[in-house]
Design a protein. Structure first.
Length: 365
C-alpha cells in the first residue's frame, strides 16, 4: 500500500479497528476514511453504497461487528446474526462495486467447531457442529469468509480473511458482565486492590468511567461493596487484616487453557496479511479455504493468567476459583503455522501485554 492510498476502516472505534488505526498512523498513513455509527449505519445498504460511491476507497478493512459475551449472544441471537450478516454483505458488495484494490475481513476463532481438535487449524472450518451459545455470531462470521471467497471466485476480487484468537489491550470492553475474560479479571482485581488500599476516590472514578448498574457517584461504601460482591469482588469486614480480607472470585477451576494475543500485535498481523503479495497469499490458501489464523500458538491456564494479572496490578489479596461454575472448553488454541510460515510472529508476551493493558486502563479514566 502507498501512504497516499485511501483506506476505509469499518469499525474504527472498536478494540480491533482502533488498533489497526493506531498501526496505520504510526506508519505514516494519513488518508484514513472512518465513520461513526451515527454517521453511517452499516446495516443500511443504501448508506453504505453511497459512501463507497462518494469516497472510492482504495483499500477496505472490515473490522465492524456486533459483539458481546455469552449472555448477550443467548439473549439477542437474531440481532447478532442479522446485523453482522448485513454489515458484511453491504460492505463487501459495495467494495466490489467500487472496485477497491483489496479488502480484509476480520473474523473470529469462534467459527471453529465446538469439539475441534487442538490446536485449531484453518481446515477445521465446517467439519462439525458449532458451540451453541454463540452459533448465530459464528455463522455470520463464516458467512463473511464465504462472501469474500465467492466474490473472489466469481469476480476475481482480492478479498482476504483473518481469524484472530482471543484479544486484549487498549480499547477493550470492561463491563463486569459482558466483557471477555482478561478485561473482566483485570477490572475486578483493580477494584479489589483499591479496596485494599482504601482508595475510594479511585473506585468512584472507575465506576464513573465504566458504570455499574445500580451504582453512581453518590453511592456509599456499603452500597458499592454490596454491588461489587455480586460481581466477585468480596470484602470481609470482620477480618483483622484488611489486606487479606479482599478476595476476587474467578469463574471455574482456573484449569481451562486459553490463548491470548495483544491487540496491537493482531493489528500488525492483519496489515501484514493485507499487504502480502497476492501470489504469496494464494500459495498459502485455497479458493474455498482462504482464511488465515492470527495468534501466538501459546496457551496458558486461566489460573496462570489471573495470577500474572494479580502481580501486574499489585493486588495482595486472594484469588478464589469457583469450581461450581463451568470452565467451558478445556483448551482453545489456534494453529498459527500458516501465518508463521509467511513470515509473521507475535512480539508481546502475556505479562508485558497485561502491563501495557493495565497501564492504559488506569491512566485513561
Amino acid at each position: 500500500m502507498d501512504l497516499k492510498d485511501k483506506i476505509y476502516i469499518a469499525g474504527h472505534r472498536g478494540l480491533v479497528g482502533s488498533a489497526i488505526v493506531r498501526q496505520l498512523e504510526s506508519r505514516g498513513f494519513t488518508n484514513l476514511l472512518m465513520r461513526t455509527h451515527k454517521e453511517l449505519d452499516l446495516t443500511n445498504q443504501a448508506q453504505v453504497q453511497a459512501l463507497f460511491r462518494q469516497e472510492k476507497p482504495d483499500y477496505v478493512i472490515l473490522a465492524a461487528a456486533k459483539v458481546g459475551g455469552i449472555h448477550a449472544n443467548n439473549t439477542y441471537p437474531a440481532d447478532f446474526i442479522y446485523q453482522n450478516m448485513m454489515i458484511e454483505a453491504n460492505v463487501i458488495n459495495s467494495a466490489y462495486g467500487s472496485k477497491v484494490k483489496r479488502l480484509l475481513f476480520l473474523g473470529s476463532t469462534c467459527i471453529y467447531p465446538k469439539a475441534v481438535e487442538q490446536p485449531m487449524r484453518e481446515d477445521a472450518l465446517l467439519t462439525d457442529v458449532l458451540e451453541s451459545t454463540n452459533e448465530p455470531y459464528a455463522l455470520a462470521k463464516i458467512a463473511g469468509i464465504k462472501l469474500c471467497e465467492s466474490y473472489n471466485r466469481q469476480y476475481e476480487t482480492d478479498f482476504r480473511s483473518v481469524m484472530p484468537t482471543n484479544l486484549y489491550g487498549e480499547g477493550d470492553n470492561f463491563h463486569l458482565e459482558n466483557s471477555h475474560v482478561i478485561p473482566a479479571v483485570m477490572r475486578k482485581i483493580h477494584l479489589a486492590k483499591c479496596i485494599e488500599q482504601d482508595d475510594w476516590r479511585a473506585i468512584k472514578k472507575d465506576i464513573e468511567k465504566n458504570p455499574i448498574q445500580g451504582l453512581s457517584q453518590n453511592s456509599n461504601k456499603e452500597q458499592i461493596l454490596n454491588s461489587l460482591s455480586q460481581h466477585g469482588v468480596v470484602s470481609t469486614s470482620d477480618a483483622q487484616d484488611l489486606m487479606s480480607s479482599v478476595a476476587v472470585n474467578i469463574w471455574g477451576t482456573g484449569n481451562a487453557m486459553r490463548e491470548f494475543l495483544y491487540v496491537d500485535d493482531m493489528a500488525e498481523a492483519a496489515l501484514f496479511v493485507l499487504e502480502t503479495d497476492k501470489s504469496v497469499y494464494l500459495s498459502n490458501t485455497k479458493p474455498t479455504l482462504s482464511h488465515i489464523n492470527i495468534g501466538t500458538g501459546v496457551d496458558v491456564t486461566i489460573r496462570k493468567m489471573a495470577e500474572t494479572m494479580k502481580k501486574v496490578v499489585g493486588f495482595k489479596g486472594k484469588l478464589v476459583y469457583d469450581a461450581t461454575k463451568p470452565d467451558g472448553a478445556p483448551r482453545k488454541l489456534i494453529d498459527a503455522s500458516c501465518l508463521s510460515s509467511m513470515g509473521w510472529s507475535y512480539n508481546v508476551n502475556l505479562e508485558y501485554g497485561l502491563q501495557k493493558a493495565y497501564s492504559h486502563y488506569v491512566n485513561n479514566k
